[in-house]
Ligand binder design. Structure first.
Ligand SMILES: C[S@@+](CC[C@H](N)C(=O)[O-])C[C@H]1O[C@@H](n2cnc3c(N)ncnc32)[C@H](O)[C@@H]1O
Length: 398
């Protein structure tokens, strides 16, 4: 039997030195392997010493230890609980080390104890407490993490293997026809194969973005008292994972979710990932292909989200889409917007990103804007917001 490997999970490759040092401090010195949210999901042909991916259990033995560095940031939400169970299942005969988070809505030691039983050891390193728990076999948790655990790697492989094709010619449209409203003519429906790196970073983003955003959005839904049995509209939904995760959390009472999406690759890949599990959502999880700018509706919804999508529409169209969404919001309904604020470090979309003034002029037309942090479940004052990327919420008064 080989030596037990310390599988050290952290967010970015640049944090590796610190993450490895903290893992040593908690677990003692040993053989280590690094996994990040940027590593390759599929075996790379070129890398000499590939860094693993935290979502792909490749090369982990059942009696290894999984160490989670605090750069991964964990919330107390169904999605993160599912993720922790998934990670613990990589090492059913080993241990998982879980950092404690004290921010509002963070995953704390008591949450870890409720999930995994008492810690066998706890250690404080710097200002962070780490708890060591036994690994355990995987059990479905009723979250999009189940979808990933069951089919994630197959979907990635399929996206890398596929030859260019058109959405309309593919049987995917038959398999999942019930998920799509009549597409707008302008929807992008051609598909090309993804490279390993592109597929890895795309899926890494989709899963992380959905889990982190839903952790805060579910708090917002309760805190701002969204209408009971609310419908959800998502502008620029990508694969629709935000809507799916909201629906899968029965405690939220979200009745249905419609994703407006111009690029068929997003919904297509979301449907592939959901696979047969999507049957549990029935017709409650749907997409409308085409530009959000051409969407018209008279079906009331209680929650409208626009997450990293308004910037891609011409400004006049973004305003008109929000007007249409606002007119469909029920009294007490929530408009929830999350846009990365324009900053030098965002090179790719810099030209079309919002600055604070522009975004708040657009949203302020509907009423008072309330602010909630993106990395903790708490209200922010206007003075605290500064140029931070946060959630902005407007409640529709009755
Ligand atoms: C950065 S992604 C965000 C996806 C998702 N909201 C999330 O937070 O993970 C932006 C999405 O907006 C979509 N999009 C861009 N322009 C659009 C339009 N005019 N109508 C609908 N969707 C659009 C893109 O295709 C893409 O899927």
């Amino acid at each position: 039997m080989g030596a037990i490997m310390h599988q050290v999970f952290c967010r970015n490759n640049s944090q590796s030195t610190e993450a490895l040092a903290v893992a040593d401090a908690v677990l003692g010195k040993g053989d280590r392997r690094l996994l990040t949210t940027q590593g390759d999901l599929l075996e790379s042909q070129t890398a000499e010493a590939p860094i693993g991916h935290v979502l792909a259990p490749r090369s982990i033995a059942a009696d290894d230890d999984v160490f989670l560095h605090d750069t991964l940031g964990l919330f107390d939400s169904p999605g993160y609980h599912a993720l922790l169970r998934f990670w613990a299942s990589f090492v059913p005969n080993g241990r998982i080390v879980i950092p404690e988070f004290s921010m509002a809505g963070g995953f704390g030691g008591s949450h870890a104890e409720a999930m995994f039983g008492p810690a066998s050891m706890s250690k404080e390193i710097g200002k962070r407490r780490y708890h060591v728990h036994d690994g355990c076999p995987w059990q479905p948790s009723g979250s999009i993490v189940d979808w990933w655990a069951r089919r994630g790697m197959d979907v990635v492989q399929r996206q890398c293997d596929s030859t260019p094709w058109s959405f309309e010619e593919s049987k995917i449209s038959l398999e999942t026809a019930a998920r799509f409203e009549i597409p707008g003519d302008e929807a992008i429906r051609s598909m090309a194969a993804l490279g390993i790196t592109e597929a890895s970073s795309t899926w890494s983003y989709q899963i992380w973005a959905a889990l982190a955003k839903v952790a805060v959005i579910r708090w917002i839904i309760g805190e701002f008292d969204a209408p009971a049995t609310a419908g959800h509209l998502d502008i620029g939904a990508g694969p629709g994972l935000i809507g799916a995760e909201l629906l899968l959390d029965a405690s939220l009472g979200v009745s249905h979710s419609l994703g407006l999406e111009i690029d068929a690759r997003g919904p297509w890949s979301g449907c592939l990932l959901a696979g047969s599990d999507a049957a549990s959502l029935g017709s409650r999880w749907r997409f409308r292909l085409g530009s959000a700018a051409t969407w018209r509706s008279s079906s009331p919804v209680g929650i409208c989200t626009a997450l990293g999508s308004l910037l891609y529409l011409p400004r006049s169209e973004a305003g008109a889409v929000l007007d249409e969404a606002w007119s469909n919001l029920e009294p007490g309904g929530l408009l929830i917007v999350h846009e990365n604020m324009k900053h030098r470090r965002f090179v790719q979309d810099h030209a079309c990103m919002f600055d604070r003034g522009e975004l708040e002029r657009m949203l302020g037309r509907y009423g008072e804007i309330r602010f909630v942090g993106a990395t903790s479940c708490r209200h922010l004052t206007a003075a605290e917001v500064g140029e931070k990327t946060i959630f902005r919420i407007v409640v529709k008064r009755g």
